[in-house]
Write a protein that binds this ligand. Structure first.
Ligand code: GLY
Ligand code: MN
Ligand code: MN
Length: 490
């Protein structure tokens, strides 16, 4: 424990905690309101608690879009916006304070606090959202329970006028949240289904594309939160590099990662940590994190702390011994060069595909040099580089994306080329089987040489007017810097 504290205490984090001001949430809602217009009603729900087993629940995590629009991380929150009726332009339904419940599950924030965080002035009880929506659609009365004012017979006359004219629109966020062949309907889908059956004249619209457009470009406050998540993640990377030197199991390295997150003031990860020794590093989303440390092998940690909802995504690959072998270093350098090329290709007005092409070209060139392919062509390169070289980060690790949009300043990306040598997969692949016997033999001998080596280097960049600026420069990523750092930790 003493060792851990010493490792973590050395990390400088700005004393001032970054945060998003209520005025920024208000501006986001104002922009959304303008986009959806005066004939709209917008409804966004928080997700239901999920059962882990028996009567145990997974910790609650607010939906990205509710967090984005309100900053409220509480369960049972519903945001309803009726932009055409000023008194009800934004209403936030939240749980009431409840001393009996708070004894068990903790404090429920009072309404003034919800207003202070979100900037929404009209706060109502969680259970009343449905009655409110019904009043909007049916042109009925609606009033706060606390109100002593006279209740007008029609609360939202402008939306109701749109309703009777057949112009009313219901906007929800149809994010895909369920998987599998017959996924249960989300709250949004159930809500829309019910209204569709009852009101033939209503039109239903998906707000996800609008929110994607907004969320893809980050504000200075968001970038500060992402930077904090990255700083904590890089502290965890450095703690992992030190711990692996004497660890016997991946678990022990995973433990210092979790310790560092909590010690530096965040609850958790944005995605489950990938802590992979030796050939486990060739499993892209390895999550078992419990195998023995392969002392002569590489060690890969793909980590992302979440801070105030924002996720980092940084991968480092380093030798468990502290010293790369020549072959490990060759693959590591190839990936590093590919990443440098990809980062250099990211510019305003360009496209993320430019980074894909740059990374694939360098990985191909290097695989050819190492004798792992016989021609620098994508289908051979994909035998070793089997995932996209990057993605937006933000409220989600794999943040919302409009794949056709050009790059703009203040977009934030993870850039993550990799090379993964899995001999059995390569020799069984149709691409390999179509090669001549001579070509197969020349690859096979190098497959034996590099078998089980997996390297990914992943960094986070923000786009500036002139190019990409590295946000994750706080942990060593080049082979020589890694070796120097690990030697200093011995
Ligand atoms: N950690 C998941 C990813 O790198 O995309
Ligand atoms: Mn990533
Ligand atoms: Mn990652």
């Amino acid at each position: 424990m003493i060792v851990l504290i010493a490792l973590v205490a050395a990390v400088p984090l700005a004393a001032q905690k970054p945060a998003i001001d209520a005025s920024e949430y208000a501006a986001r809602r104002a922009r959304l309101a303008k986009e959806i217009g005066p004939n709209a009603i917008f409804v966004a729900f928080s997700p239901k608690l999920q059962i882990r087993s028996g009567d145990q629940e997974w910790p609650f995590r607010q939906s990205d879009d509710l967090l984005y629009l309100t900053g409220i991380a509480e369960e049972e929150t519903t945001l309803v916006m009726v932009p055409g009726d000023a008194d009800f332009a934004e209403v936030l339904f939240v749980r009431d304070r409840n001393p009996q419940q708070e004894v068990w599950t903790g404090r429920i924030p009072p309404r003034e606090e919800i207003t202070k965080i979100s900037g929404v002035k009209r706060i109502e009880s969680a259970g009343r959202w449905r009655g409110f929506v019904n009043a909007a659609i049916a042109g009925g009365a609606w009033m706060s329970l606390e109100s002593t004012e006279r209740i007008p017979p029609r609360a939202m006359p402008n939306f109701y006028a749109a309703m009777t004219a057949g112009n009313a629109e219901v906007w929800t966020v149809n994010e895909m949240r369920s998987f599998g062949p017959n996924p249960p309907l989300t709250d949004e889908q159930e809500f829309v289904k019910d209204l569709r059956e009852r009101f033939a004249s209503l039109r239903f619209r998906d707000a996800q594309p609008l929110l994607t457009t907004m969320r893809e470009v980050k504000s200075p406050a968001e970038i500060a939160l992402i930077q904090r998540a990255i700083d904590i993640t890089e502290a965890a990377q450095k703690a992992a590099m030190k711990r692996v030197l004497t660890a016997t199991s991946e678990n022990q390295v995973d433990a210092v990662v979790d310790f560092t997150y909590k010690d530096l003031g965040t609850c958790c990860w944005g995605f489950p940590s990938i802590v992979a020794s030796g050939a486990n590093a060739t499993t892209l989303h390895y999550m078992a994190n419990n195998a023995p440390v392969d002392r002569g092998g590489l060690f890969l940690t793909d980590l992302g702390a979440e801070y105030a909802g924002y996720s980092a995504d940084v991968t480092r690959t380093y030798p468990a011994s502290g010293k790369f072998t020549a072959d490990q270093r060759a693959i590591h350098s190839a990936v590093y060069e590919a990443q440098e090329a990809a980062i250099a290709a990211l510019k305003p007005g360009g496209h993320f595909r430019d980074a894909d092409h740059a990374a694939i070209a360098v990985v191909g060139r290097e695989l050819l040099r190492l004798g792992l392919i016989t021609k620098n062509e994508p289908r051979q390169v994909y035998l070793y580089f089997r995932h996209a070289p990057g993605h937006h980060i933000g409220l989600d690790t794999h943040d919302v994306t409009d794949r056709d949009r050009k790059i703009e300043p203040n977009m934030v990306f993870a850039v993550e080329p990799g090379i993964y040598v899995r001999k059995n997969d390569v020799v069984a692949s149709p691409v390999y089987l179509k090669l001549t016997k001579e070509e197969q033999a020349s690859i096979a001998k190098n497959l034996d040489r590099y078998e089980g080596i997996g390297v990914r280097i992943e960094d986070n960049v923000v786009i500036t007017e002139t190019g990409a600026k590295l946000l994750s420069s706080g942990s060593p990523r080049k082979a020589e810097d890694i070796e120097r750092f690990m030697a200093s930790a011995k």
